[in-house]
Design a protein. Structure first.
Length: 225
């Protein structure tokens, strides 16, 4: 029987967590991971749909970082990618809204000015593997994202939502190669759905956190090369 089989007796949060780990979660999901993106980087939403494995939370998280990075090249394309990967959670309910209620996939327009300014546009790429001050934070290809499994946040969310709201959660965080700041990416799979969505909208803006102060003048000079 699956976790959401209607014939199952009600379960506690702890039992639901144990059942999910036993029946629904792949072991590699619940650990730190290096996720490599497709060698041909998605240039549009159709490319992204073919590249991402929406049944794998790690794939969704890695391509979420990529879609935010894509905003710096083309706002509309990047936003379309983000909407595909993102869902707003119905408060205290089991439903969700693909792309987000606002239609901005959790993106705060406060950060739009940073997309137009070379002082900030490089910030998302510092979360890719191989990005460093020595190379001006230009990551090596093919792009890869190192995801760190946040067990505490994962367990906390699941204790609140698995049994009561039928929502499975996994939380990873990514680490900046510039200032070392961490950004949590929360992912959820909803009752009746076989795919994961990003459900922490603030993560997109957090990837534009100002890290310039952590760089030497020499490192900053390499940013736009």
């Amino acid at each position: 029987m699956g976790l959401f089989d209607k014939a199952m007796a009600p379960v506690t949060g702890t039992q639901a967590q144990d059942t999910w780990i036993e029946n629904d979660a792949r072991p590699e999901w619940l650990m730190d991971r290096l996720v490599q993106l497709a060698p041909a980087e998605p240039e549009n939403l159709d490319d992204l749909r073919r590249a991402v494995d929406v049944t794998d939370p790690g794939s969704v998280a890695a391509y979420w970082v990529y879609s935010v990075f894509a905003l710096t090249a083309d706002y509309n394309i990047g936003m379309s990618m983000m909407k595909y990967l993102y869902a707003d959670i119905e408060p205290f309910g089991r439903g969700f809204t693909e792309g987000g209620v606002s239609g901005r996939a959790g993106w705060d327009t406060f950060f739009n000015e940073r997309l137009m300014d070379n002082e900030f546009r490089w910030l998302p790429r510092v979360y890719f593997e191989g990005s460093s001050a020595e190379n001006g934070f230009h990551p090596s290809r093919p792009l890869a994202v190192r995801l760190y499994y946040n067990k505490l946040h994962t367990d906390t969310l699941n204790s609140q939502t698995l049994a009561q709201l039928g929502r499975l959660n996994i939380v990873y965080y990514v680490v900046s190669n510039a200032a070392g700041n961490k950004v949590n990416i929360e992912l959820s799979k909803f009752d009746g759905s076989n795919r994961f969505y990003v459900t922490k909208g603030s993560s997109s803006g957090a990837l534009f956190y100002d890290q310039r102060g952590a760089l030497t003048a020499e490192a900053r000079a390499k940013l736009y090369i």
